[in-house]
Design a protein around this ligand. Sequence first.
Ligand code: FAD
Ligand code: SF4
Ligand code: SF4
Length: 474
Amino acid sequence: MGAILIPKEIREKAKSCFECGICTASCPMMELLSTHYNPRSLLQKTLTEPEKTLGDDSLWLCAWCYKCHKRCPQGLKPPEIFQILKSEAAKRGSLDGFERAISIMEKDIPLPIVCWYTCFHPERAGIDDKTLVEALQKLTAESMKVSKREICHQQKVAVIGSGPAGLTAACELAEMGYPVTVFEALPAPGGMLRKSMPSFRLPKEALENEIKRLEQMGIQIETNTAIGKDAGFNELLQDDFKAVFVAVGAHKSRKLEIKGEELEGVLDALSFLWSVNMEQNVDLGKKVGVIGGGNVAVDASRTALRHGADEVLILYRRSREEMPANPWEVKEAEKEGVKIELLVAPKKILEKAGRVGGLELVKMKLGEQDETGRRTPVPVEDSEFSLELDTIIVAIGETAETTFLPKDVEVDKAGRIIVNPFTMETSLPGVFAGGDTVTGPATIMEAILAGKKAAYSINRYLATTRKGGANHGN
Ligand SMILES: Cc1cc2nc3c(=O)[nH]c(=O)nc-3n(C[C@H](O)[C@H](O)[C@H](O)COP(=O)(O)OP(=O)(O)OC[C@H]3O[C@@H](n4cnc5c(N)ncnc54)[C@H](O)[C@@H]3O)c2cc1C
Ligand code: SF4
Ligand code: SF4
């Protein structure tokens, strides 16, 4: 067996790890699978015993969320170091660890089929297609072996929102024997996975399989039911639900607040992706500008290319290093032909024949670090220039829409629900919240983790009320 070739610059960089453990503390997989996964230990093993690490199941359980990298004082990118080992394992056909990881995914990870596509990406290690297809079939078949869960408790639980946080909480609570109803505003369940995740990244049937599995467990999902519109929040409490989990995500798109934003041809990224997922025809014209540097901007740009645009340009106001999008997604977008223009900010949308005709931009330079640790972009004087564009897609962030909640549920200035981070309980007893609606736009794994934590807390809360303790007063 030949020596494993970890590129020298990566090995040298990895050696600079001083084992502070910040990566482990920031890692959602560590919290979800603490007995199986620890990125700091895995990184050390990668350096000291790479041959042994090749057979390690945890190598396949990194969710590629880059939370560790974003906080690592040495700027290390553990997922990319693990990726080298995964590719080596695949090249040598040394896939015992991978097979064990499939069993862990199936037993310990809620929504395992969705996570296979959106988080684990085993195909990126270069495993041959036959092995991959067999592994996915096994994962799907095993995880679909579910039966209707017996109701052991009479206390009904309502979940608002059917994204990964809501579905996970519903699944865990059904396992514990609670009758659970999920209320979803959209015509179909799945949250962002349904609404905005492009189908080239998550096939529709993968999501359908997960939903089918939850319904087989006995979870009721009421679609086309927006709480606050089709039913009031207080009605839920009056309707005998003894606990409520609010998992409504962050679906309100931020606006540019510049001239011309109301013109035809200016789209917000979530609505554009939703229209494409609904198989509606969106006429983008030839040249599309996507404003923003996060994963949503990248997904919107790749979708625009697939949806008929000849040229797609991501316009981002900071440097590449500061782009919040995952580096591997940015690379894939560029490989497909998306162009990226850095250090530019939009100033004014230009009109042509009553709709978008272009965009005036200003060049930026990086100034002092802001509170997120990134350097603030500052406009360069007299550097304005314009681009001709047929469509502008705005992807500069999303916020939570929580105005339907009673005043007793505290929210912060950005509309995010404030919770106790250990119990996910809000300021209103019996009401819990989690996922993007608490954190702002984050990741599937964090939403899953929040759903799991909330389910355990709801169980504890309801056990107390069974003994005659606290109640939300209905
Ligand atoms: C384009 C795109 C791509 C992404 N790609 C990835 C990725 O590759 N990997 C990753 O980890 N993360 C990714 N994310 C982020 C991820 O999708 C979210 O972090 C995650 O879905 C949040 O889950 P959630 O359950 O908190 O909320 P959501 O998934 O947003 O679900 C909330 C649900 O609540 C419903 N709802 C809202 N208000 C109400 C109401 N009043 N009554 C009833 N229902 C309501 C909404 O319709 C929605 O279905 C992506 C996000 C987007 C937009
Ligand atoms: S955060 Fe960085 S330096 Fe600290 S243990 Fe993790 S990889 Fe090493
Ligand atoms: S990329 Fe995410 S899952 Fe992987 S080690 Fe880092 S924090 Fe953990």
